[in-house]
Design a protein around this ligand. Sequence first.
Ligand SMILES: Cc1cc2nc3c(=O)[nH]c(=O)nc-3n(C[C@H](O)[C@H](O)[C@H](O)COP(=O)(O)O)c2cc1C
Length: 187
Amino acid sequence: MNEVIKAILERRSVRAYRDDPVERAHLEEIVRAGLYAPSARNTQAWHVSVVRDRAKIEELGRELKAAIIRGRVEQYLALANSPEYRMGFGAPVFMIVSADPDDSPCPKQDSALVLGNMFLAAHSLGVGSCWVNQLCPVTDDPAFRQKLDGLGVPPSHKVYGAAAFGYNAGAHPRPPIRRENTVSWIG
Ligand SMILES: Cc1cc2nc3c(=O)[nH]c(=O)nc-3n(C[C@H](O)[C@H](O)[C@H](O)COP(=O)(O)O)c2cc1C
């Protein structure tokens, strides 16, 4: 099978990570693949913060929980109140993808494509990954924003996605069953 299609079919979200760091060269390749994503009107109005400092990841995770509770973000309240919830699943690398909504007509879509490319590149290098969505609804919380500033997220940007990266500590997850009747062929 074509290697690209094989990677697309085999990639899975990984939610348990080994402690081992990911080589800088691998991370650079992963980010490079992200930055080659298509973008609306080729604005490339995105930014990727690559956080490899575990203390900073934990610190951001603590502020994330506080911001979700402060903002009463219904969708994630139970998660934020759970002592088991750990932003990034303890992975050694956490990436934040943001974009300037005034600079791109489709910042959300652009950011998702960056993450999609990075997930596939990571998988092809034996690195696991998983999207972490909880940051998006609190991107404008002032205290959380301060932490984002400290991680290089540009002030005019909103966070549209984030993800954990690292080596899978468990078995490779099985592919979820595909939902039926999601395609129409005409002609
Ligand atoms: C927009 C988006 C948000 C997601 N948010 C989370 C999340 O917050 N936490 C999580 O564990 N997985 C998250 N995921 C991963 C999905 O749960 C996962 O892709 C889905 O269950 C299919 O599994 P697979 O990635 O192994 O194919 C998210 C995926 C997408 C595309």
